[in-house]
Write a protein that binds this ligand. Structure first.
Ligand code: SF4
Length: 946
């Protein structure tokens, strides 16, 4: 049934169906919202939607309870009590906006750095980032730095895309699927549908995760790996594949930098960089003569092994030779990694064999001619049908960037990137670093930044440092020596750095949808102290806090001014190709949200509020010459904003007549056309461009036509990552700028240009006997962060969380199901209820993420089980590592990207002698709720009137 017929048949009765996009997690499925008498009555999946094809999960269905949540904020609020008390008075929007304009205007006129503007699980980052750029503060990012930036950055730097919104397994053709470190996460319904396809076809699924829940529970084989050792396992697989010669050499020569020559000149300033000709083209050695020639030489057959004299007398070694030397080393042999990973050597050897068998014995051939970027015509598309997927589990470690790179190395070695049966890029990806911006900083009063905040540094020269070459420009210290490739910023460091006034103090902290006073921060108790701490004069150390959210979260109590947001059913939004699109491998897709119901409270969509503030502040691009607002609201922006001529937030129905896709003038009817089409636009990729997008001329031409790129972009997969070597050279004192002395050893050891593994930093100097166990969280299928655990329906699935403890650990500690236990780390201690479980790595404890709540928040009863028996592991995790005797506290983050190392946590557990108290600890005082107490029963629709 098509869109129109479904809509009209439903409209026959009392119910009208309005089609929009779910926001109950990050997956962004299409939904049919049934409206009766202006109320939401029912939500189901949109069967025509490219993402979910009608599938809806428990969270999506429960959107109705999100929309009618008693925790919804109702009006702008101004703090009246002490910060943190939760005491506010309601004010009118005009007063709220005037106050915010006053605070923000003063900062912009004097020192825009004094504004830190950070957004949480924001799905409008292309707009919020643009706003911050026009404002001129260098301090903007969303939540990626504490989520999965390692995954995104490693993928972009290696091959121009990663998992989730960047790409997906070829579910219909793969013959073996491995999933690493994924709870029920992000690309939610498509993964479930894909796994269903694999099960129907009898394709083997291997799950690698310390915990056997979610997807791992239905895996045919589960590897209960020790946290933080995924990179070792992957490189042992690489070792085996290389040892047995099961790699796709032709693929490596065609699509990767495997043949490029790396300068071998140990005393020189270019040692380890690529040898290049005068035009900057990398050199390769011609196989028979050994003569160095540009890699672009037509028809060249390059050598993969050897050492070759360069025109200037130095020598060069092919990347592949370095790769073989590194990974054939016995340190990566399965037997050498078995104990540390917890995976037996013969299992690793067998799985390497299964990967090789699927890739090379069961190749997939599609009779689709295509032409590569060099102009060579191919009659068929040949695929290596092994697919991988990974997410936060392997990336939220201090070694996560290199681990994610290792996984991409494995994929590339067997030739399974963007080929039939392998991993497939989703438009607009691939987007290699060559087509990505550099980060922009610098800040001048009353001036916009010269470009976007977030980008991909090519070397130390792109860092955002002050003139001394050491001090970070940004409050989170992203793109500094602390975290040079922090492509998503480091939101988790903002409050602690602002509190420490390091590198400087700020005046206004402005946040959106980020529960930093609770489950989104490490070291939660200390963060609450930082937000309320006062200086010698009695002023708050962080002077002003503006916060926008739809709900009365824990963070609300710590703000001075609250700008209440709408629910996702009351707003305009766009899921944009400029941001995080919803494309599928064979279709370019984006979508919208629109107000399927009108707000019944005095709330406004945050993005519209931001544009209003931008106009009041007279930010460039937001006011006309006569000072009036350029955009009436966010809907107006979505339709009329152009990031470059003809390219705006939405790709569908562009041009004055709405007959263009990707490029075209703004179309005043664009939103109407999206609504008529079910809330999304979908344009199919030509068959010739379905695979090998990284090297496919038809793809390149189509991507240019659709406005995804402005011209051809070379995408050679970077097995050897030269930017990392540049940082090493700087740390060796050979190129400028150079890092401060205390950073050098770490950069030299961790910034290996070939994927590598090092032990998580939290293990360094740790007394293994004192903290013998690992502790991690998993995301439950039924919840998305803190939103879900206040939802009246979803609370019935997970109203509290237990700490799951392996059977042997229970036995050694005398713990039985339901006992209360004390869990300690180097940072603190918590009291939790435990549950025995054997489907878990034997040295790992785990719990569900973000279920524990602070009493008084989210309009829950103060004795709600989430507050009395629920808990957070966050209290045990510090954003800084313990002192190591060098006079410094190092960040508990990946040293390359700054990603928060949530899963490096080491703990001990013991039975609490007190088994009578039914209360998890720490137990923060109840907050005063800024919203009314909850009703006894939550009803909706016509039930609400009874
Ligand atoms: S997977 Fe996420 S976006 Fe899709 S229906 Fe469920 S909650 Fe909504």
């Amino acid at each position: 049934m098509n869109q129109t017929s479904r809509a009209s048949s439903a409209a026959d009765g009392k119910t009208e169906i309005r089609k929009t996009t779910c926001y109950m997690c990050a997956c962004r499925c299409g939904i049919d919202v049934h409206i009766e008498e202006g109320k939401v009555r029912y939500i189901e999946g949109n069967r025509d939607h490219p993402i979910n094809k009608g599938v809806l999960c428990a969270k999506g269905s429960a959107g109705i309870m999100q929309h009618y949540s008693p925790a919804r904020l109702k009006k702008p609020l101004l703090r009246t009590g002490e910060r943190g008390s939760g005491e506010f008075k309601e004010i009118e929007w005009e007063e709220a906006l005037a106050l915010a304009t006053d605070w923000l205007g003063e900062v912009r006129r004097t020192d825009p750095r004094k504004l830190a503007f950070f957004t949480g699980r924001d799905q409008s980052q292309s707009m919020t980032g643009w706003w911050a750029q026009q404002y001129g503060t260098p301090n903007y990012a969303a939540h990626g730095g504490f989520c999965s930036v390692n995954m995104a950055a490693a993928g972009i730097y290696t091959m121009g895309g990663a998992f989730w919104e960047f790409g997906a397994p070829d579910w219909d053709r793969t013959e073996l699927f491995m999933i690493f470190g994924v709870a029920e996460d992000h690309d939610s319904n498509p993964i479930k549908m894909g796994l269903g396809k694999l099960k129907e076809r009898g394709v083997k699924v291997i799950g690698v995760n310390p915990v056997r829940t979610g997807y791992n529970a239905i895996a045919d084989e589960w590897l209960g790996i020790t946290p933080g050792t995924d990179g070792l396992l992957i490189l042992a697989l690489v070792h085996e594949l290389m040892r047995t010669g099961k790699i796709d050499v032709d693929y490596l020569i065609r699509y990767t930098n495997a043949p490029w020559l790396v300068i071998d000149d140990p005393d020189g300033a270019a040692h380890g960089l690529f040898a290049r000709d005068e035009e900057g083209t990398p050199l390769v050695a011609e196989r028979t003569s050994g003569k160095p020639l540009p890699s672009s030489t037509p028809g060249i057959k390059p050598a993969l092994k050897g050492r070759f004299e360069l025109p200037d007398g130095r020598y060069g070694i092919p990347v592949f030779e370095l790769l073989a030397q590194k990974y054939l080393d016995p340190e990566y042999a399965p037997s050498a990694v078995a104990e540390r990973t917890g995976i037996a050597a013969d299992t690793i050897i067998r799985i390497a064999g299964e990967i090789a068998e699927a890739a090379f014995e069961r190749e997939v051939i599609i009779k689709q001619p295509w032409t590569d970027m060099k102009g060579e015509r191919h009659e068929r598309m040949i695929g290596r049908p092994v697919a991988f997927h990974a997410m936060r589990g392997i990336s939220a470690h201090s070694n996560g960037f290199q681990t994610c790179r290792a996984l991409h190395l494995l994929q590339i070695l067997v030739g399974s990137i963007d080929c039939p049966g392998g991993f497939r890029f989703k438009p607009p990806y691939p987007r290699p670093v060559a087509g990505q911006p550099r980060p922009h900083g610098g800040a001048c009063a009353d001036t916009a930044l010269a470009g976007p905040h977030l980008g991909y540094p090519r070397g130390p020269e792109d860092l955002l440092l002050e003139a001394d070459g050491e001090t970070a420009q940004r409050i989170d210290k992203a793109f500094s020596w602390d975290a040079p490739l922090s492509a998503h910023g480091m939101m988790h460091m903002v409050i602690s750095n602002a509190h420490a006034r390091d590198p400087y103090g700020i005046d206004v902290l402005f946040m959106y949808m980020a529960n930093m006073a609770w489950n989104s921060s490490m070291n939660t108790t200390s963060v609450m102290d930082m937000l309320t701490d006062k200086d010698d004069k009695g002023d708050y150390v962080i002077p002003k806090i503006i916060y926008s959210d739809a709900y009365s979260s824990e963070m609300v109590a710590f703000a001075d001014l609250i700008l209440p947001d709408t629910t996702y059913l009351e707003r305009h939004d766009c899921i944009s190709l400029l941001d995080r699109p919803i494309s599928e491998p064979e279709a370019l897709c984006d979508s919208i949200r629109w107000p399927v119901v009108e707000p019944d409270r005095d709330v406004r969509g945050f993005q519209s509020v931001l544009l209003d503030l931008g106009a009041r502040l007279e930010l460039p691009g937001m006011v006309t010459e006569d000072g009036s607002p350029v955009y009436k609201d966010y809907a107006d922006y979505i339709v009329n904003h152009q990031r470059k001529p003809g390219v705006g937030p939405l790709s569908g129905w562009r041009g004055e007549d709405g007959d263009q896709t990707g490029r075209g003038k703004p179309n005043p009817d664009q939103l109407k056309r999206y609504i008529e089409n079910g809330g999304f636009s979908q344009v199919h990729v030509p068959a010739e461009a379905h695979y090998f997008k990284h090297a496919n001329r038809a793809w390149s031409d189509w991507a240019i036509e659709k406005g995804l790129q402005d011209g051809p972009v070379e995408n050679i997969f970077q097995l050897y990552l030269e930017p990392l070597r540049k940082f090493q050279l700087a740390a060796e004192g050979k190129i400028k700028p150079m890092p401060p002395e205390h950073h050098r050893a770490r950069i030299k050891s961790c910034f290996d240009p070939l994927p590598t593994w090092y032990a998580p930093f939290a293990d360094d100097g740790l007394d293994d006997n004192a903290y013998p166990l690992h502790a991690i969280t998993q995301r439950p299928a039924a919840m998305y962060h803190s939103w879900g655990s206040q939802n009246a329906w979803l609370r019935q699935i997970h109203g509290e969380n237990a700490l799951y403890v392996p059977g042997d650990v229970c036995d050694s500690q005398g713990l039985v199901n339901g006992d209360w236990a004390l869990v300690s780390s180097q940072s603190g201690e918590i009291r939790v209820r435990i549950a025995r479980m054997d489907a878990v790595n034997g040295s790992t404890l785990w719990t569900w993420n973000a279920i524990g709540k602070r009493a008084g928040a989210w309009a829950l009863d103060t004795d709600a089980p989430e507050a009395t028996r629920g808990f957070l592991l966050n209290h045990l995790i510090d954003e800084l590592l313990p002192p190591k005797g060098d006079g410094r506290r190092w960040a508990n983050s990946d040293p390359i990207t700054g990603q928060a190392a949530w899963f490096d946590l080491r703990v001990a557990i013991r039975r609490d002698p007190d088994q009578t108290t039914e209360q998890s600890m720490p137990n923060a005082n109840a907050q005063t709720s800024p919203v009314e107490p909850p009703p006894k029963n939550v009803r909706f629709g016509s039930e609400a009137a009874k």
